[in-house]
Design a protein around this ligand. Structure first.
Ligand code: ADP
Ligand code: MG
Length: 247
């Protein structure tokens, strides 16, 4: 992302945001409530448009393409295809309630990637095994705990084999005893070289797995750097105040 600005009416929510995630790296985004973290994530897959700046993945825009020397907005169908490069996991899981765990996972590969059904099911079973839910394939979301639902949501996001996976406070809706199982799955993804951008208030977890930490406040990057620096020796008073509150 470079020089990204975003406003809702007169209210500027993102101000001059520039950051980079290298392949296989984990970036953790921290900041107070209302600081623009969710909006920032949503701009990455073009769920929100931006007013200025640029966001590219491997050199490619999700919502635009160059024709000659001009950027043109892509039609919705092309955006949906390109958006498959970015997986997203939400705070409230957002599973389809009328579909089983397995059906939730195969939905996007079938509709967006025109995968063959047998192949999609085989992949979904592998992903369920990866998140420790082989025995829950035929359960509906209401029959699963929050931690299990979130693990299905992670498997669903992985089914599109995204270049980068975005997590928006993936454990903040969970009962405390269920947080660990979800962090465990994310930790494994981090160790297996998946590129991750994670919004979280779990500072201990962030300092353990992040390669890079970005602290935002009022839509601006206050500081960014390796966790040893931003979390253990923050340079700015606003970062220190925030860490004092969440630790
Ligand atoms: P965070 O995730 O850090 O809590 P958000 O990105 O959700 O912050 O919100 C940042 C600011 O943008 C907040 O002031 C919020 O009220 C505002 N905002 C978010 N979405 C919208 C929207 N669709 N329309 C207007 N204002 C919004
Ligand atoms: Mg948010």
């Amino acid at each position: 992302m470079s020089g990204v600005h975003k406003s809702y009416g007169p209210h500027e929510v993102l101000h001059d945001i520039s950051l980079t995630v290298a392949p296989g790296q984990v970036l953790t985004l921290l900041g107070p409530s209302g600081s623009g973290k969710s909006t920032l994530l949503r701009t990455i897959n073009h769920l929100e448009t931006i007013d200025a700046g640029a966001i590219t993945i491997d050199g490619e825009y999700i919502g635009y393409e160059w024709r000659g020397s001009k950027l043109h907005e892509l039609p919705e169908k092309r955006v949906l295809q390109r958006r498959t490069r970015v997986g997203m996991v939400f705070q409230n899981f957002n599973l389809f309630p009328h579909l089983t765990a397995l059906e939730n996972i195969i939905e996007a590969p079938l509709s967006l990637k025109r995968a063959k059904k047998a192949a999609a099911i085989a992949q979904a079973r592998e992903l369920l095994a990866k998140v420790g839910l082989s025995d829950r394939a035929d359960h509906y979301p209401r029959q699963l705990s929050g931690g299990q639902q979130q693990r299905v949501a992670i498997a669903r996001a992985l089914a599109l084999e995204p270049d980068v996976l975005l997590f928006d406070e993936p454990t903040s809706a969970l009962d405390p005893e269920l947080v660990g199982e979800v962090l465990g799955v994310i930790r494994e993804l981090a160790h297996s070289g998946t590129t991750l951008i994670i919004v979280t208030h779990e500072i201990g977890f962030a300092s353990e797995i992040a390669d890079h930490v970005v602290f935002v406040d009022h839509g601006r990057i206050v500081e960014q750097g390796p966790p040893e620096q931003v979390l253990r020796a923050p340079r700015h008073q606003r970062t220190r105040d925030f860490l004092d509150k969440v630790l």
